[in-house]
Design a protein around this ligand. Structure first.
Ligand SMILES: Cc1cc2nc3c(=O)[nH]c(=O)nc-3n(C[C@H](O)[C@H](O)[C@H](O)COP(=O)(O)OP(=O)(O)OC[C@H]3O[C@@H](n4cnc5c(N)ncnc54)[C@H](O)[C@@H]3O)c2cc1C
Length: 317
């Protein structure tokens, strides 16, 4: 099984999501990476530690900005030249556009929203939650190349310590691929780690009572060196940014510690955080569903408990 994994990079480093997919692909067979854009060749080699035997790098002025269509051209060229059995992506706004563009270009099947991949009877099989994440189904492909997109945060970037050969390749760009231009790109400012990267997440829901309630969580997260997450109910209400939403229609996270404050534990939230190491729930309702699957449950008012917890952490730090 030869798998090509699309690796995004930012600020001189490969993104964790793609490295998680790469590590998984390497556990199933031969995994090769592809990095495109500015400094692609420079960052490509670091993929070796996550199981890539080889990494293809393509740099061209058309690839300098993170626009999807020139990347579709580059990947289509590489698929034609190297004939992988599968091409896998870690979900992101850019990858979603590139993967769907590549599927259209190659007339290939794309399985979306996978949480895992495996090989059964020599065939690649994807794991995909369905029916509002209440069931998990196996999905396959009729023929190749098999394109798959894995949910953000679903796979751990496990280091295996190898080295990768970096090979540069050239591509040509279709006229229509270079018609879009990037007007502006901004990066959200944040003082701590993102929820995808953090080992500790302090997450809040409607039980916070108001947007101001998030200050309590930010203080606790800062004391613990963690990040703040949120439920869909509160991001929909405009209390906190969408980028922090955990769950079925948000991000899947798997920190070592997840502290859920004023969160009921709806199934759509649970599917995004159930992979966390230790789940602590603070909720004033002893019958809240979250108490059915947390490791430590505290029944009480978060407005009293969270500040005390922050004080305690600070006093020990
Ligand atoms: C298709 C679909 C997709 C969805 N996707 C997502 C998703 O990605 N992520 C997501 O989170 N949701 C998602 N939802 C919404 C989900 O069903 C729930 O509505 C949502 O998770 C509830 O958010 P919540 O826990 O903040 O609010 P609530 O369910 O209202 O819970 C608030 C909790 O706070 C407790 N509380 C109140 N006051 C206090 C206090 N002072 N101290 C302590 N506890 C207190 C209450 O007892 C209650 O349990 C989705 C829904 C649908 C239909």
């Amino acid at each position: 099984m030869k798998t090509l994994v699309f690796l995004e990079h930012y600020g001189g480093a490969l993104e964790k999501g793609g490295l998680g997919v790469l590590a998984k692909a390497a556990s199933l067979g031969d995994a090769v990476g592809v990095v495109v854009g500015e400094s692609a060749a420079e960052v490509a080699a670091s993929a070796g530690a996550f199981g890539a035997s080889r990494v293809y790098a393509c740099e061209a002025p058309e690839l300098a900005t993170p626009l999807p269509q020139p990347r579709v051209d580059a990947l289509a060229t590489l698929v034609e030249q190297t004939s992988p059995d599968a091409v896998l992506f870690a979900a992101s706004v850019l990858s979603a556009d590139v993967a769907s563009g590549l599927a259209a270009r190659l007339d290939a099947g794309l399985n979306w929203d996978l949480t895992d991949v495996s090989v059964k009877d020599g065939e690649l099989v994807g794991t995909r939650p369905a029916l509002g994440d209440t069931v998990v189904v196996d999905v396959g492909w009729k023929d190749g190349p098999k394109l798959g997109m894995i949910r953000s945060g679903a796979l751990d970037p496990v280091e295996s310590g190898g080295t990768a050969e970096v090979e540069s390749f050239d591509t040509t760009f279709s006229d229509f691929s270079t018609l879009a231009t990037l007007v502006e790109q901004t990066k959200e400012e944040s003082s701590g780690p993102s929820i995808e990267e953090a080992d500790i997440i302090v997450a809040g829901g409607r039980g916070l009572g108001s947007p101001e309630g998030f200050t309590l969580l930010e203080e606790l997260a800062a004391a613990l060196g963690g990040a703040v997450g949120a439920t869909r109910a509160v991001v929909d209400a405009g209390w906190y940014p969408y980028s922090t939403q955990v769950g079925q229609t948000g991000k899947s996270v798997s920190p070592k510690l997840y502290i859920a404050c004023g969160i009921s534990g709806a199934i759509q939230h649970k599917v995004g955080m159930q992979g966390s190491g230790t789940i602590v729930a603070i909720n004033k309702d002893p019958n809240a569903p979250i108490f059915d699957f947390c490791d430590i449950g505290v029944v009480g008012d978060l407005h009293q408990i969270v500040p005390k917890l922050t004080e305690l952490v600070r006093s020990r730090g």
